[in-house]
Design a protein around this ligand. Structure first.
Ligand code: HDL
Ligand code: ZN
Length: 412
């Protein structure tokens, strides 16, 4: 292949290779209203709420009293009309509308609402997955969510494109208030620091829900100051229940450090912040438990290089995604370069973290472009050495980056 043919082929492969999205907040259609989609959900995404309040002077409480479509009208007016929608989250809405074939030039929000209201959910789900090129959407499933739990308990026919991950933040981070819930569900756990009996019962809880959900991995988000080992309920639960359960079920344990929850509580879900994480806990987990597998994404840009070095040290660590505040083209480019240059292809460059179904379209379109340009440069540098990649090899590499490497890691 000439350099021009190589570049064209890489871009085509990156834009057309199906993605397995390993972390989202989407739901199988069986969860009904929990699956968000359509223009008002797109506009009231918590990223846009936070950005709107940079211009809004109204009391937060007044905003929260508005209906969803009134909030959307306000956000549309302040972020799209009174100011150009240049931020990643704003541009994303327009990329999605454009790729759905809607005319954003008209800026006609009522007309857009009418179009979405006419969509049939099941057909629309398949359409969004197809345009985004996503073949699997991994959900974030929590037995502690009072709306979600009953659906799992009554059972439902699974949509083939939606898989599951077991999210355990309340258990690990708020044991004091979660232990009584487990007790209420029939797990014989006592209050206070978990003893062996309680740890065994927590493992039974993990086993029950891993089977019920078909969980691909367990996951938790952690504050920047999280330590392991440590004299805490969290550390005891991780060592005494999470890791033995993950070894028994051969599941990765995904850790997502760096979140400082509710730095501005008046923003509700939009109120979380960020902190520089002490990554020594990742080193201690990977080194201390070589039989366990760990996946990790970290919220602070400044932690990314050290996370790549940790991945070089520990084959039981799989790093993934440009998470949340790093999910912008500039940092997707920077972080993907770091990873490919330091770790190579045994990583998962991106997950969408989508909360609204239609976001898959923009999150993956924007990420494919950013990741694609880095790959073009890397393959061009490779060609400059005289190394001749074949097309099947490039297709293999991209399939691995878009979910294949993570699947191999999970199966190992
Ligand atoms: O904890 C998480 O999984 C984060 O992704 C939060 O849900 C966050 O609110 C988010 O949506 N980030 O994209
Ligand atoms: Zn998330």
């Amino acid at each position: 292949m000439t350099t021009a043919q190589l570049e064209t082929f890489v871009r085509k492969t990156v834009s057309s290779t199906p993605v397995r999205d390993i972390h989202t907040h989407l739901y199988d259609p069986a969860f009904g209203e929990l699956l968000l989609w359509g223009i008002d959900d797109l506009l009231t995404y918590h990223y846009l709420v936070a950005e709107s309040f940079r211009y809004l002077r109204m009391p937060y409480a007044d905003f929260w009293k508005l209906t969803k479509s009134q909030q959307a009208d306000l956000i549309w007016d302040v972020l799209f009309i009174r100011n150009s929608p240049i931020s990643e989250a704003c541009r994303g809405v327009l990329t999605t509308l454009n790729l759905l074939g809607l005319d954003v030039k008209k800026r006609d929000l009522p007309k857009l609402r009418k179009w979405f209201a006419a969509q049939k959910p099941d057909a629309y789900i398949d359409r969004c997955l197809k345009i985004a090129g996503v073949e699997d959407v991994c959900m974030t499933n929590s037995p502690f969510d009072d709306l979600e739990r009953p659906v799992w308990e009554r059972g439902f026919k699974r949509h083939p494109a939606f898989s599951s991950a077991l999210r355990i933040d309340p258990l690990l981070l708020d044991w004091k208030n979660t232990a009584p819930k487990l007790a209420g569900w029939g797990y014989k756990v006592g209050p206070g620091r978990p003893n062996q009996k309680s740890l065994d019962e927590v493992r039974r809880f993990f086993a029950d829900w891993s089977k019920k959900m078909g969980a691909r991995f367990l996951m938790v988000s952690l504050p920047p100051e999280f330590k392991f080992p440590d004299n805490t309920d969290t550390a005891a639960l991780i060592e005494g229940a999470v890791l033995p359960h993950c070894r028994e079920f051969n599941l990765p344990f995904a850790v997502m450090p760096g979140v400082t929850r509710a730095v501005n509580p008046q923003l509700k879900m939009a109120g979380d912040g960020i902190g520089l994480t002490d990554l020594s806990f990742v080193k201690n987990l990977c080194a201390g438990f070589p039989e366990n597998k760990f996946a990790a994404t970290v919220l602070s840009r400044e932690n990314q290089h050290e996370m790549c070095v940790l991945a070089r040290k520990f084959r039981n660590l799989h790093i993934f995604g440009c998470w949340w505040f790093t999910n912008i083209p500039h940092l997707i480019d920077e972080i993907t370069r770091l990873r490919l240059e330091l770790v190579g292809l045994s990583v998962t460059p991106q997950h969408s973290d989508a909360r609204v179904l239609d976001q898959l379209i923009y999150k993956w379109t924007h990420s494919r472009t950013a990741i694609g340009e880095v790959l073009v440069e890397k393959y061009r540098d490779l060609a400059a050495t005289g190394w001749a990649m074949t097309k099947p090899e490039i297709e293999r590499d991209v399939r691995n980056l878009f979910g294949g490497a993570f699947e191999t890691f999970c199966k190992a």
